[in-house]
Design a protein. Structure first.
Length: 140
């Protein structure tokens, strides 16, 4: 895995602008959804089995996160909490990069071994998160 810092080439996709925009639009739509009082999303897996799915507690985790109750957010869903921290860090980086027109950070997964390691890590994170949720299923 290599990290590179370089200027955006002409015609290159501006990932920082795209993903920052998607993040902010998604946050706005989710806040509007809940502010209007529309129904919360329902989990069909939980409805059928009574057990939490891999992402159960995601909405409650996000609400607690944006209210600043990070301990409660972490308890609802550790994987979503970690993802929200990552999105916030990326958004801050993207905003600073766009505002200052600074060089961009690019990550290159150059070898098959690194790609395999990243895939295994992601699958392991989902599995560990689901185990955590299953151990705390009475909270749902």
């Amino acid at each position: 895995m290599r990290f590179r810092v370089r200027r955006l080439a002409p015609g290159e996709i501006d990932h920082e602008l795209i993903w920052l925009s998607i993040s902010l639009v998604s946050l706005t739509l989710a806040a509007a959804w809940l502010a209007i009082g529309l129904p919360w999303p329902r989990c069909m897996f939980h409805e059928i089995t009574g057990l939490p799915c891999v992402t159960c507690g995601m909405t409650r985790c996000t609400i607690q996160f944006f209210h600043g109750d990070f301990v409660a957010a972490l308890k609802w869903n550790p994987l979503v909490f970690t993802a929200l921290c990552g999105v916030m860090a990326f958004d801050l980086y993207a905003f600073a990069t766009l505002a200052t027109r600074a060089p961009r950070l690019r990550i290159c997964f150059c070898t098959q071994r690194v790609r395999t390691f990243v895939r295994f890590s992601v699958i392991s994170a989902f599995a560990l998160n689901w185990i955590y949720l299953l151990l705390h299923w009475r909270d749902f």
